[in-house]
Each structure stands twice: as C-alpha cells, then as structure tokens.
Design a protein around this ligand. Sequence first.
Ligand SMILES: [Fe+2]
Length: 160
Amino acid sequence: MNQKAIIDMISYYKNEHWAAHTLKVFGYAQGIAAGEDITGKEKEIIEYAALFHDVGIPAGIAECGSSAGPIQERLGAPIAMEMAGKYVDDEAMLERIGYLVGHHHSFQIKGERDLQVLFEADWLVNLVEGNNLDRAQETYDKIFVTETGKKFMRELLLNK
Ligand SMILES: [Fe+2]
C-alpha cells in the first residue's frame, strides 16, 4: 500500500481519538495478515480497509446524528473507496475495500478471510476502548477465527 494514505486518514479525522483508534486497528490488521501469510492484493485490500474502516463515523454524525453500525457501514463504504482510489486503480480491489468497510460490523458473516481480519483487529481495540474486557472471552469464542487473531487475544486480553 501507499503509506501516504496514513496522512490522508489523519487529515480526514482531524481527531486524535479516531486517528489513534485507526492506527491500532491498522497495526493489528497488518499483524494478523502477516501471521496468516496473507500477501499481495488481499493484504493491500485489508490494509486500506483497516485504515479507512471508520470513515463513516463523522459522516454518520453529520448526516444522521448517529454513528450506529449500519449507518457508518453504508456511509463509510463510498468514502473509503474514494480515499483508497487516490492510490488504487484496480476496480475490483476498490470494490472489495468498499465491501469490507461496508460490512465491518456485520459479524454474522462468516468465512470471508479479509473481512474476518478486520473484525478481529477492530475487536482487539474496541474491547479495550469500550472498557468491555469482561466480554473478551465471549468475543474470543464467538468472533475470533484466525490463529493469529486468537493468539493476540490470548496474549493481550485473556492473559493466557
Ligand atoms: Fe473501529
């Protein structure tokens, strides 16, 4: 990926909390992708999707007065595609980036590896930021699939 997209993300939010949240999710997503031996276009799709996964939050607040999951998914997907489109000219990749951002709270979807990496990276951060560590074991059991994401959960949040 083009690392300058990180600068675009920070300038889009102009907000330390959202930028810091994103950088954590982005880092975990890269770590999980590496651990799962994900390379090439799939890796790049995950990176851009992680970097722009929450861009629908400011839009949701501005347009709908809400950052609820379905709103930010719907509004975020086209914004993420436009932002990634500055660096990605492969239409299928852009569509997939938009799809991941547009479904990153749709936890009922199973078996899509790139989306799964994004779910897991976001949960690793949201459990801590939302002060929900009492739900870490349940989340581990219900949501986590990849060996690397599960390892991060065990080592960071479950202390085993
Ligand atoms: Fe997030």
